[in-house]
Design a protein around this ligand. Structure first.
Ligand code: GLY
Length: 282
């Protein structure tokens, strides 16, 4: 069984082999951005590059970022302690392209890493694409009117059509915060239920339904806009790939567990707590 350390390293090695510069995680407390208190995604440290305010030193970058989702737009606090796959602090594996590759390569890399390198079962994977959006009734402002047919067409090279699902603005248009970089996204979900359950209920019907064993593992964001304070969308100077994969969830899937807490990221810590407190973790 691959350890969590090996899984993390294989992600970094894979993207290094695709000419990505591996960079360190940024601090979790954001110091120079009044729109954000804590790092909520891997892309935060690249915000100024994405907006065109900083030079692009490396057009391809990958890392593993420590994130805290306890406030603001991406807040998981209500889920923590209630389910098996949300955390206050978690690690996000990510790869970026700043004006270099776009959807075709980002999708192909993600598929290659999950199915060729990590050998996840293709039949257990589902993807979502942005279904498009109607203008807001009051402001007549739309996020984007069109379905992301381009992403859907690329996914069809890898998956049957009944594994490609439309998703709404809530799930498939990723925004860093109330303002800042944003764009349509494609999520990869995995069904880790036992075969007997999969025979009874199609995994397709459980995607985005808060099922603890049919969960999102990787989000591929196709950044194209900057959301302004008045709500309008301004095109970015470059198209940007911004991906985020839940490291703890990936380890759960690879290690054949049904809870993130049963992976070797947590079990040594839990064993130590058991020793100190005399209580058994069940
Ligand atoms: N920036 C991608 C994500 O957090 O899902």
């Amino acid at each position: 069984m691959l350890t969590s350390k090996e899984i993390r390293q294989s992600f970094l090695d894979f993207f290094a082999s695709k000419n990505h510069k591996i960079v360190p995680s940024a601090p979790m407390v954001v110091k120079d951005d009044p729109t954000l208190m804590f790092t909520n995604a891997g892309m935060n440290q690249f915000k100024n590059i994405i907006l065109g305010n900083d030079v692009i030193k490396y057009p391809r970058v990958a890392d593993t970022q420590k994130c805290l989702r306890v406030s603001g737009k991406h807040n998981d606090l209500e889920e923590v302690g209630h389910d098996t796959y949300h955390h206050t602090m978690f690690e996000m594996l990510g790869n970026w392209s700043f004006g270099d590759y776009f959807k075709k390569e980002a999708i192909a890399y993600a598929w290659e890493f999950l199915t060729d390198i990590l050998k996840l079962d293709k039949n257990r994977l589902y993807v979502t694409v942005f279904e498009g959006d109607k203008p807001d009734a009051e402001t007549q402002r739309a996020t984007s009117l069109h379905r992301d047919n381009e992403a859907a067409e690329i996914w069809k090279q890898f998956l049957p059509e009944n594994h490609i699902i439309n998703g709404n603005r809530h799930d498939n248009f990723w925004e860093m915060g109330d303002t800042g970089p944003c764009g349509p996204c494609s999520e990869i979900h995995i069904d880790i239920r036992p075969e007997s359950e999969r025979q009874k209920v199609d995994g397709l019907t459980l995607v985005n339904q808060s099922h603890p064993q049919v969960i999102e593992i990787w989000n591929l964001v196709f950044m194209q806009y900057n959301r302004k304070a008045d709500g309008s969308l301004e095109p970015l100077p470059n198209k940007v790939i911004d991906t985020g994969m839940g490291f703890e969830r990936l380890c759960m899937a690879i290690q054949g567990k049904t809870s993130n807490y049963n992976t070797d990221i947590f079990t040594p810590i839990i064993a130590e707590i058991e020793k100190i407190t005399g209580y058994k973790y069940v």
